[in-house]
Design a protein around this ligand. Structure first.
Ligand code: BEZ
Ligand code: FE
Length: 299
């Protein structure tokens, strides 16, 4: 840094820009925002210097960021997808949902870009198939517990999934609005029960900048089959999670790093009257906290 006058200090080398930036960031009144901005500035400057980022590479990075914003709309959220592809969404979910007392492992998972608020209200045993949907019938049941291991009555169990053709209803004009989405309520014993079709794996959207990124890395886009859940009850933290089919070939290569050991469920297959039916039993454990819902990634 060179001192031009007593009060004016200007950078002279790449390393001397950061101290000036930090001085400005340090004036941010909100302490948490100040901490995050100082840390982010430090990491960005270190990244650029450590990698000797070229002007062309910087231009490419800007193009990617503009692209993910432009690609985000009614049917997908490419910005969330970009964080997912770097494992950051899973990291944030794990960090903020440490293992409970009852259960040694964190059962929180990715929200993903396809949750919609206001899923149709369902009764126990309802089928969330709302238009012609191929696939094996599946029954899903379980109990919602609190941190003391007591069943939670009247908890809301919001469930959503892609159809076996690999698309969520909002991505697919051939599915009814809200197909494979439903909002269930636990009974007096904390139990929920729903019917659906067995999910299959599906590719994350590849028609935008995130698809180009996967291509450049020779990564496949296919998520292993899963069901999404969001469990809520007043006085408890909202539990957002996914349950994966234990027989899926892509469990170990999920492009969004969403599969953690506690989230693998046993999709048991039975034959009933010559027809295959899958069954999943999945309990959930809530922890005390504020019932705050995420902002829906899509309307
Ligand atoms: C999903 O599970 O819906 C999802 C998560 C991350 C990226 C794309 C889809
Ligand atoms: Fe999904």
């Amino acid at each position: 840094m060179s001192k031009v006058t007593d009060s004016l200090v200007l950078p002279t080398t790449p390393e001397t820009i950061l101290p000036l930036v930090l001085e400005v960031m340090a004036r941010t009144p909100d302490p948490r925002l100040r901490q995050l901005l100082c840390s982010l500035s430090t990491h960005m400057h270190q990244f650029v210097i450590e990698n000797q980022v070229t002007e062309k590479e910087f231009e490419r990075a800007v193009k990617f960021l503009v692209g993910i914003g432009q690609e985000t709309g009614e049917t997908k959220n490419e910005v969330i997808l970009a964080f997912d592809l770097f494992g950051v969404s899973t990291l944030v979910a794990m960090l903020n949902n440490p293992p409970g007392k009852e259960d040694e492992s964190s059962k929180a998972g990715l929200l993903g870009p396809f949750w919609r608020a206001n899923a149709p209200v369902c009764q126990p045993g309802d089928n969330i198939v709302r238009s012609d949907t191929p696939g094996i019938t599946m029954e899903v049941r379980g109990v919602v517990y609190d941190a003391q291991g007591k069943p939670v009555p009247n908890a809301k169990v919001d469930v959503w999934q892609a159809s076996p053709v690999g698309l969520y209803e909002n991505q697919d004009p051939n599915q009814a609005d809200m197909n494979l989405r439903g909002l269930f309520t636990t009974d007096a014993q904390g139990r929920y029960f729903l019917r659906t079709v067995c999910p299959s794996g599906y590719p994350v959207p590849t028609d935008g900048p995130c698809g180009e990124l996967l291509d450049a890395q020779l990564r496949h886009p296919n998520r292993p089959a899963h069901l999404h859940f969001m469990i809520s009850s007043p006085g408890h933290k909202v539990l957002i999670t996914q349950v994966f089919a234990d027989d899926d070939v892509n469990l170990a290569s999920d492009p969004v790093f969403g599969v953690t050991a506690p989230l693998v469920g046993h999709f048991e297959k039975h034959t009933v009257n010559g027809q295959t039916v899958a069954q999943l039993t999945q309990d959930f454990h809530l922890v005390p906290g504020e019932m705050v819902f995420p902002h829906p990634p899509i309307p």
